[in-house]
Design a protein around this ligand. Structure first.
Ligand code: BES
Ligand code: ZN
Length: 623
């Protein structure tokens, strides 16, 4: 009897703990991982007046940030995030009030605590940035090959290194800014922008739509503007503007195409700013003004999908925003999906089959690598507590997110899915939502009409479990299969000829390099380079994949070009795999150290921290 009783108890316990554990596993945390010291539950900042002078000699921004705030009843303080800011003084409704600091954390910075009452309307912080502000890169005239330049990169949590703010994507505010800069330079922001320099060198900006702090952006340089349509255009340094006009000639059509899929573009103008090559990302979706790397200017428009991506963020990300960085896939997965929809409409199915196939191959590689070291990071819904949100910027958010949405599309049909997404963007416009809110909305507004579909799609599996679900769509690309058959011929002994590459696009080359067997390229590097002149390629995507083969096969002839590439280009997507490759081959270790010691002064802090981490893991010391 006793035995029976206790086994019943054990069974009940097992069942209930089992239920509990599934529930737990699928429960999204709400606001716990916000990577911020701010007391956003007590006080809401609604509008920012930013007034800064850019001092290029001292390499600092100096001035004030004044916040309109709405405190909850009983609020006694406001806490803003800051990192490496020199706080000069703080004012509350016009009176100087002493502040204090809390925290001090290597990743998060610290909290700036200012006493207020629940009647307070304005807090004003006078401050100066430090020369090592993580968001900011100052470039000298030598580094730009023209005039000095400065730009910021705020995503994910770097806004706090140039503006005292509640630095969380869950909050939104509008802003006005006044920027003073040297006479011969033009400042631009994620706001209304000037199209030419003025005599006073003081510029006014306004962003009248509420945005999260990670979309705050400033750039100052010798910039000129070229219109590309009634409501769009491009800014670049004078030496590059003509090439930009050619590369982005389809911009106006691209915007109209995007609007035809998910509804009106809500931000007024859409301009592109082409930055110096040290920009650590491909692009950054700063509202009204996408920041872009010059490495997409190839002359053949083959890399403009990056612009489609940043433009797509005007819906996914800027209009409907991830509530915490654990929900980052809501920004990026949706954007990659939308990007490929835009590209398909503009350039056809064949094109997108190529990019999708390359992306899926990469995703599978990434997942198998990550399963060995950080399997939990292969889940769409992340757990970044105590970590740098930058750790979430992997193929998972982008491509696993993209293929998840494609799996839903396949299940319900494109037409129905588009109706749902239009509705989703309208329903949550100018809001920040988390993964659970998306799941509920998906179930209530789409899947409910298809009984059993949540299970057959495997919504929970995609979002909360590791790896790649078996219903991940497969991709076939005729253009890439033609590359496969060339590879087969080469292996069988056919001689390499220039004509074999006739009419190839960037993506065919990438597929070629990624699928060429080691046994083949080890003994054909000279031939390949002679025929394709890849070591001198002006196309950074092609150059990057080629350099990886050069390192693996000890093709030393490419080392001068590789060195130039690493000095000139600061885009982390290229630097990270190249430095990893260099460090995994002992023959190239010294080259890596020596080149990095020269190159690092030209990299943005985002790229430097990644490379330093790789170097440290290999050599055990800081470089
Ligand atoms: N928003 C990202 C860049 C980003 C993400 C910066 C997280 C900091 C933290 C941007 O939209 C992006 O995804 N850029 C990609 C473009 C690519 C996927 C087309 C890049 O930079 O490579
Ligand atoms: Zn993106």
């Amino acid at each position: 009897m006793k035995l029976l009783f206790s086994s019943i108890i054990i069974t009940i316990f097992l069942i209930s703990s089992c239920i509990e554990s599934t529930q737990k596993r699928y429960q999204t945390n709400l606001e716990s991982h916000n990577h911020s010291f701010s007391n956003f539950e007590e006080v809401t900042p609604t509008h920012l007046y930013l007034n800064l002078i850019a001092d290029f000699d001292k390499k600092v921004l100096k001035g004030f940030a004044e916040w309109d705030i709405v405190p909850k009843v009983g609020a006694k303080k406001i806490i803003l995030d800051i990192k490496d800011l020199v706080i000069i003084k703080t004012e509350v409704d016009g009176d100087i009030i002493d502040f204090s600091l809390s925290g001090e954390n290597e990743i998060l910075g610290s909290g700036l605590i200012i006493p207020i009452t629940d009647k307070t309307q304005k807090v004003k912080v006078f401050y100066e940035t430090s020369t090592n502000a993580e968001a900011i890169q100052w470039l000298t005239a030598e580094q730009t090959g023209g005039k000095p330049f400065v730009y910021t990169q705020s995503e994910a949590i770097l806004a706090r290194s140039w503006i005292p703010c509640m630095d969380i994507p869950a909050l939104r505010f509008t802003y006005n800014a006044i920027i003073k800069c040297p006479k011969d330079l033009l400042p631009l922001m994620s706001a209304t922008n000037p199209q030419q320099k003025n005599n006073e060198s003081v510029y006014h900006f306004e962003m009248s739509k509420p945005i999260p702090s990670y979309l705050m952006a400033l750039s100052i340089g010798d910039l000129v503007f070229a219109p590309l349509g009634e409501k769009c255009g491009v800014y670049a340094q004078p030496s590059l503007i003509e090439d930009c006009k050619i590369e982005f000639v389809d911009l106006d059509r691209m915007i109209k195409t995007a609007e035809s899929i998910y509804g009106q573009y809500r931000w007024g103008r859409y301009d592109i700013l082409v930055l110096p090559a040290s920009f650590p990302f491909g692009g950054m979706e700063n509202p009204r003004l996408t920041f872009a790397t010059p490495t997409i200017i190839t002359g053949d428009k083959s890399l403009v999908s990056l612009i489609a991506h940043e433009l797509a963020h005007s819906w996914s990300g800027n209009l409907v925003t991830n509530r915490t960085w654990d929900d980052f896939w809501l920004n990026e997965g949706f954007t990659v999906y939308f990007e490929s929809r835009i590209m398909e409409k503009l350039y056809g199915k064949d094109f997108v089959e190529m990019t999708d196939k390359l992306a899926l191959d990469e995703l599978k590689n990434t997942i198998s690598e990550m399963m060995l070291t950080q399997p939990n990071d292969t889940r769409l819904f992340l757990d970044l507590k105590g970590r740098n949100p930058d750790d979430g910027m992997t193929d998972i958010a982008y491509e696993k997110g993209h293929f998840f949405l494609l799996a839903i599309e396949k299940q319900v049909g494109r037409e129905r899915f588009d109706i749902f997404l239009n509705q989703y963007f309208n329903h949550f416009a100018f809001q920040s939502i988390n993964t659970q809110t998306f799941i509920n909305y998906l179930e209530e507004n789409l899947l409910i009409q298809y009984p059993g579909s949540a299970d057959s799609i495997g919504v929970n599996e995609w979002i909360f479990e590791q790896g790649l679900p078996i219903n991940c769509p497969t991709i076939h690309s005729a253009y890439l299969y033609s590359v496969d058959s060339l590879i087969q011929d080469l292996i069988a002994g056919t001689k390499l000829e220039k004509s074999m590459f006739n009419h190839w696009t960037t993506h065919q080359y990438l597929y070629f390099f990624r699928n060429l067997p080691r046994t083949y390229y080890l003994s054909h590097m000279d031939d390949l380079d002679f025929i394709g002149n890849f070591s001198n390629s002006k196309n950074a995507e092609i150059a990057c994949d080629w350099f990886k083969l050069c390192i693996r096969s000890n093709y030393l002839k490419a080392s001068p070009s590789l060195e130039n590439f690493l000095i000139k280009v600061g885009r982390r997507k290229f630097l990270e795999p190249i430095y990893k490759e260099l460090l995994s081959n002992p023959e190239w270790n010294n080259f890596a150290k020596q080149v990095y010691s020269n190159a690092k002064k030209g990299y943005h802090s985002v790229s430097n921290s990644t490379i330093q981490e790789i170097m440290k893991a290999k050599f055990g010391t800081n470089y």
